[in-house]
Design a protein around this ligand. Structure first.
Ligand code: CAA
Length: 379
């Protein structure tokens, strides 16, 4: 076992930390208040190589490992979870999915632009009636010979408005159930493809979450990713890696709140001494530090298994389950340590608490992670 990070890992971590401090922190409260997409900051993430970190340089990516990716996700999420979800979806769902399963033409046409951050991608699986129960796809992709005719609605789509390239999961053959589902690359601007309502969210407010509507959208056959009927397997195997990204996001949110609480506890005085010197506060901070370290080990382990091409399904689900619970608990306690100041926006911990909640919901709820873990126990 080797717990040490390499020189390269430390450099990525430092680059992400300094980008988050210098370029994401300024204006973050305003962007959250106004639910304003961080367009300039996301462009910079592309320039700095954070949008396609694990993609091969041949396709415009950074050619880095999953450990580097989680280190960057952690640092960026300490400050700005809205920016980090844009990054996470682009990296681990869209870029990974295309690189692992796309054709050479699809990689040249789409992956190169996505990995370099010239365009943003979206992953469109969830529907009004299909969240956790993802095989119940109502969106249809009828086989019309040299194209698919796409009809349906996707919900809660991260990067819904800001994306140019969407991976859309849809049912082609209902009789074949999940084996009759396909994944199609659909470009914005295709006739019949409309961006719907923007969601007014509790947290990650600066990321843009929309419904997407498809009415008789003609998608060329060459835009199908993988063999006919591979779409559900594509979604599941892509989400296995996505969950490592969200686990790293949850870890970052928890660590960000903990660092703020630790600092505040050494500044604020009550009953004649720093509040850190009260055991009630020390115990909270000790428990936070311990849980965060445990979450970090699970996240790094899942990333390391992915890098070693070993099975990481269960490790990813465990990391996401645990890190997201730690994020929710730690951020709530960080607000408590800040007292009245914790409840107002300029101290940042209330935002982190709102942001933490989604990590227990998207890319598979905590309940779905338990289901995945339990199935692996007896597989
Ligand atoms: N990895 C690889 N394959 C998997 C898999 C996994 N983790 N889980 C299931 N599969 C495969 C199965 O092997 C099976 O294939 P075969 O029949 O060919 O063997 C097929 O998928 C269907 O599996 P099940 O029979 O187990 O299907 P199910 O309906 O009982 O359960 C589920 C599936 C695990 C509950 C799945 O629906 C699921 O993960 N749901 C959660 C969906 C989710 O995570 N949504 C996130 C939306 S995207 C998002 O949030 C992005 C964002 O904006 C940030």
């Amino acid at each position: 076992m080797n717990f040490n990070l390499s020189e390269e890992h430390l450099a990525v971590q430092e680059a992400a930390r300094s980008f988050a401090q210098n370029e994401l922190l300024p204006g973050i409260v305003e962007r959250d208040n106004e639910a304003r997409f961080p367009a300039e900051q996301v462009k910079r993430m592309g320039e700095l190589g954070f949008m396609g970190m694990m993609v091969s340089p041949e396709y415009g990516g950074g050619g880095m490992d999953a450990v580097s990716y989680v280190l960057a996700m952690e640092e960026i999420s300490k400050i700005d979870a809205s920016a980090s979800v844009v990054m996470s979806v682009n990296n681990s769902l869209v870029c990974y999915g295309l690189e692992a399963y796309g054709t050479e033409e699809q990689k040249q046409k789409y992956l190169t632009k996505l990995a370099s951050g010239q365009v943003i991608g979206a992953f469109c699986l969830s529907e009004p009636e299909a969240g956790s129960d993802a095989t119940s796809q109502a969106t249809t992709a009828e086989d019309e010979g040299d194209y698919y005719l796409l009809n349906g609605t996707k919900n809660w789509i991260t990067n819904g408005n800001s994306s140019s390239v969407c991976l859309v999961i849809a049912q082609t053959d209902r009789e074949k159930k999940h084996r009759g589902i396909n994944c199609l690359i659909v470009e914005k601007g295709t006739p019949g493809f409309v961006v719907g309502k923007k969601e007014d969210k509790m947290g990650i407010r600066a990321s843009d979450t929309h419904s997407l509507l498809f009415t008789d959208v003609k998608v060329p056959k060459e835009n199908r990713v993988g063999e006919d009927g591979f779409g559900f397997k594509f979604a599941m195997s892509t989400l296995n890696g996505g969950r490592i990204g969200i686990a790293a996001q949850a870890l970052g949110i928890a660590a960000g709140a903990y660092e703020l609480a630790l600092k505040y506890s050494q500044e604020r005085k009550a009953f004649g001494k720093q509040i850190f010197d009260h055991q009630a506060i020390q115990f909270k901070l000790a428990e936070m530090a311990t849980k965060i370290e445990a979450a970090r080990l699970l996240v790094y382990k899942a990333a390391r298994l992915k890098d070693e091409h070993k099975d990481y399904v269960q490790a990813a689900a465990m990391a996401k389950l645990f890190a997201s619970e730690v994020a929710m608990w730690t951020t709530t306690e960080a607000v408590q340590i800040h007292g009245g100041y914790g409840y107002v926006k300029e101290f940042h911990v209330e935002r982190l608490m709102r942001d933490a909640k989604i990590t227990q919901i998207y890319e598979g709820t905590s309940e779905i992670q338990k289901l995945v873990i339990a199935r692996e126990l007896v597989r």
